[in-house]
Design a protein around this ligand. Structure first.
Ligand code: BMA
Length: 354
């Protein structure tokens, strides 16, 4: 992994030079160095493949166009890979995604993946919560479990295929079964038991280990939480997790500001305390204010939160090309452009060089 750049120097962490480590161990060391040094890698979902008013134009990125740098972390989603499809649920071709993952690695950046999958068997999308037996059947019913394992084999093959032209595996973060403390996904707390949820992770790891996946750093990311107990209730176990994160969004602009600040600080505080106790990396795995409706959001809201609660990385969601209101980073000409630049130029924020 080459150098990430930050105003504070952007020196390559010594641990990344370590050759005896597995690909995932090297990435864990890089993330640990970030956290220790009070730096936060900034991430953006689907950043180099489409933006607010463009799609699939090689080299473009809304973050690059507003800040002059690529985000230090690219976020991706593997939904539909489990079906054997060639494009993901938002239309991103998996071959293009792989090329961009390698490009991000070559420029010294990091990649993270979520998975908005379709259920094995019935193929219902992640947000369809009408059937609350899905997870139970995935880990207990032999026929459904076999289908789940097939999905996992496809994912394992994908991760194994992330190799540089020299044949070296590229380490990435994988954040499955996210926001499970909410009720909006069929793997959410309202829709499956604690034991069955943990079973999803167990099965996954068994298949990945069998398939020789050694380049995945595992991230656990509940939605906002009120207590350590809630955070840990469905934690699959230290052997399954490398990164402890949380997803907290800012809703309702100015009106929702205090709620966001309180929820994010509390959740990040819990994450940092537990990550410290469990020897894990702390991260802000998803956040953002849709439409960046507060002009100073990046430098006056997000930045102070990250300074008060240092974490290895913070990721904001996508700038959709086909939904004009659905974006999380300012694009060229947006009123927050300069504020965003101020944020990315801050000494704690880590970007990738061009
Ligand atoms: C959601 C929205 C959807 C998208 C999904 C998966 O937050 O951005 O439009 O399909 O994530 O990327």
């Amino acid at each position: 992994m080459a150098a990430l750049s930050s105003c504070g120097g952007g020196k390559k962490p010594a641990a990344a030079e370590e050759t005896a480590l597995s690909p995932s161990d090297s990435l864990i060391s890089v993330l640990a160095e970030m956290e220790k040094g009070g730096k936060t890698i900034f991430g953006h979902h689907d950043d180099p493949v489409y933006g607010h008013s463009w799609k699939y134009e090689e080299g473009r990125s809304d973050v690059l166009e507003t800040s002059g740098k690529y985000p230090g972390m690219m976020s991706w989603d593997l939904g539909r890979l489990e079906l054997g499809d060639s494009v993901n649920l938002d239309g991103v071709p998996f071959d293009l995604m792989r090329r961009e993952v390698l490009a991000q690695n070559a420029r010294g950046g990091v990649n993270t993946f979520s998975w908005h999958l379709y259920s094995p068997g019935e193929n219902v999308d992640s947000w369809n919560v009408s059937d609350t037996t899905i997870v139970h059947r995935m880990v207990n019913d032999p026929a459904v479990k076999a289908l789940y394992r097939e999905q996992l084999e496809r994912l394992a093959a994908w991760f194994n295929s992330l190799k540089t032209p020299e044949g070296e595996k590229v380490a990435v973060i994988f954040r499955p079964w996210h926001e499970h403390t909410g009720g909006w996904f069929w793997w959410g707390a309202k829709n499956c038991s604690v034991e069955d949820y943990k079973g999803l992770w167990r099965e996954m790891r068994e298949v990945f280990d069998r398939e020789g996946v050694d380049n995945v750093v595992w991230a656990y990311s509940p939605d906002r939480v009120v207590s350590e107990e809630q955070y840990m209730e469905r934690y699959p176990g230290d052997e399954y997790v490398d990164v402890m994160g949380t997803d907290v969004y800012h809703f309702n602009g100015e009106e929702g500001l205090e709620t966001y600040k309180a929820d994010a600080s509390r959740s990040l505080g819990i994450v940092r305390k537990l990550a410290g106790e469990h020897g894990k990396i702390a991260a802000f795995t998803e956040t953002g204010l849709e439409g960046v409706t507060m002009p100073g959001w990046y430098s006056e809201v997000l930045l102070p939160l990250l300074k008060e609660n240092p974490v290895a990385y913070a990721v904001v969601w996508r700038n959709a090309h086909d939904k004009p209101e659905h974006y999380y980073v300012p694009f060229k000409g947006h009123p927050s452009e300069n504020d965003f630049k101020k944020f990315t130029n801050d000494s704690i924020i880590v970007m990738a060089s061009k």
